[in-house]
Design a protein around this ligand. Structure first.
Ligand SMILES: [Fe+2]
Ligand SMILES: [Fe+2]
Length: 474
């Protein structure tokens, strides 16, 4: 029996909702079983300095203290309701926001929620072995924080399925615990969430690139006319910010350390850089190319009637929908998408409604470019003549108009032979992975110590010092 206010902090009046209680009581043991099997390896007895959300108030959403991860209180929080909120786009624009699922959109909406929900446990599965090669206690704490919050995001989606979708919702909630990242028979729904995250450079790239896809998807769903979904996503976004911070600063610290060593020893050649036990900038660029391109695929086809339907029916908006100045119906508007025609990449205008995936992808790319610019400044400040670049949008794509074409990072359409000649200048090879993993053969967990291949962060978590004991191993 669950003590609801204590065990599952919430602002959905769980203590009084018997139907929801029964559904969650049934699901919770299965969730814990999944966590023990697929959550961070060997971590169950550690006490970790984690933040827990216990309310949506400013003083409640980030409570810090030592917690064993299986005792983490995965809560259910929705941003408080705005009674005046309306559907802000599509054919229902101007109606009061829906508090129940409109019958005609039931299966579509369930699919949208399941697809979002599936990414949350997937990333925990992808990251589960990384604790044994962490570069510091600080970083170990951060990955565990990301993991428990992805677990909470799963709870958030399962709450919606249980509360609003009856028996189908309960079945979907069980399937969310049955799929496995990378499994041949029962994989996670989206491609990038079946890729391995084999090392810490991949982890930081993932949290920078792929958690940011999460942010943009959540922002689009936070505009939904289905108010409980919008409010859930708004609260999830507060946590997502930390995940992206971990990624951006993680890659930034690796770059910083590499640059320090290059300067100190006056070396530039990648093999000389590697001989000094840090990750050469060329390898960092290849990881960037990989994670960027597989994440771009998550936005789906450039031209999509599903995307148009989601928007027209008021289920999924654009990034910052209510801040945009247009009619929010888009019946006449156009938007440019790329196409590969006769060995050239051309732009053509299509109805804006069908190009909403592409538009969200473009919004994402803009924010990514800013982050890569901040990494570049670390290199520039060290006086090292190396440019990190974002590859062309069509590079290494498997979904949409570029799928089936071989595009160089500069945006040239290539023959298969030309691609093969350069593939591993652009994407990490098995040798690159082996090298990066050779640096991470064990974990660094003495408080205040950092692995040689990464610089310490500028400050600790929650104003704690860098040599704080972020994890107690017991
Ligand atoms: Fe998440
Ligand atoms: Fe995340």
């Amino acid at each position: 029996m669950i003590n609801y206010t204590d065990k599952i902090p919430n602002n959905v009046d769980l203590g009084r909702d018997r139907v929801l209680q029964r559904a969650l009581e049934h699901w919770q043991p299965a969730y814990m079983g999944w966590w023990y099997d697929m959550g961070p390896n060997e971590s169950h007895n550690y006490e970790i300095y984690l933040r827990t959300a216990i309310s949506v108030e400013a003083d409640g959403w980030a409570q810090f203290g030592y917690v064993k991860m299986p005792d983490y209180r995965w809560g259910i929080f929705l941003q408080p309701r705005d009674e005046k909120r309306e559907v802000n786009f599509g054919i229902h624009k101007g109606q009061p926001a829906w508090q129940e699922v409109p019958g005609e959109y039931r299966s579509t909406l369930r699919r949208v929620i399941v697809t979002q929900g599936d990414t949350e446990p997937a990333s925990v599965e992808q990251q589960r072995m990384l604790g044994s090669s962490c570069p510091s206690m600080y970083d170990l704490r951060n990955i565990f924080q990301v993991n428990v919050e992805e677990g909470r995001h799963l709870w958030a989606m399962v709450y919606l399925l249980h509360r609003y979708f009856g028996r189908d919702g309960r079945e979907e909630a069980e399937s969310l615990l049955a799929r496995r990242s990378g499994d041949a028979d029962n994989p996670r729904i989206l491609g990038a969430f079946n890729e391995p995250t084999p090392d810490w450079l991949a982890f930081y790239m993932f949290t920078f690139f792929t958690d940011r896809d999460g942010k943009f998807q959540l922002c689009a769903l936070a505009e939904s006319g289905f108010d409980p979904l919008a409010r859930t996503c708004r609260f999830m976004l507060t946590e997502e910010a930390h995940h992206m911070f971990v990624g951006e600063t993680g890659v930034g610290r690796i770059i910083q350390r590499t640059c320090e060593v290059m300067k100190e020893h006056k070396v530039e050649d990648p093999s000389d850089v590697r001989a000094l036990g840090v990750i050469d900038l060329q390898t960092i660029q290849r990881y960037l190319n990989f994670h960027y391109s597989v994440t771009l695929d998550l936005y789906g086809s450039d031209v999509s009637s599903n995307a148009a339907n989601y928007y027209t029916s008021g289920l999924k908006g654009r990034f910052r929908e209510t801040k945009l100045e247009d009619d929010h119906v888009l019946a006449e508007a156009e938007y440019p998408v790329s196409e590969v025609v006769g060995g050239k990449i051309l732009k053509k205008n299509v109805p804006a409604l069908t190009a909403l995936n592409e538009r969200l992808r473009d919004d994402y790319i803009e924010e990514i470019a800013d982050g890569v610019g901040r990494w570049q400044r670390v290199i520039d400040n060290a006086g090292i003549p190396f440019r990190l670049t974002l590859p062309h949008k069509g590079f290494h794509r498997a979904i949409g108009n570029f799928a089936g074409h071989l595009i160089s990072p500069e945006g040239e359409v290539l023959s298969e032979e030309a691609w093969k000649n350069h593939e591993f200048e652009w994407l990490p090879s098995s040798k690159d992975y082996a090298y990066v993993q050779s640096l991470m053969s064990g974990r660094v967990v003495e408080p205040g110590k950092f692995a040689n291949w990464i610089a310490p962060p500028t400050r600790g978590i929650n104003n704690q010092p860098l040599n704080f004991e972020y994890v107690r191993f017991n």
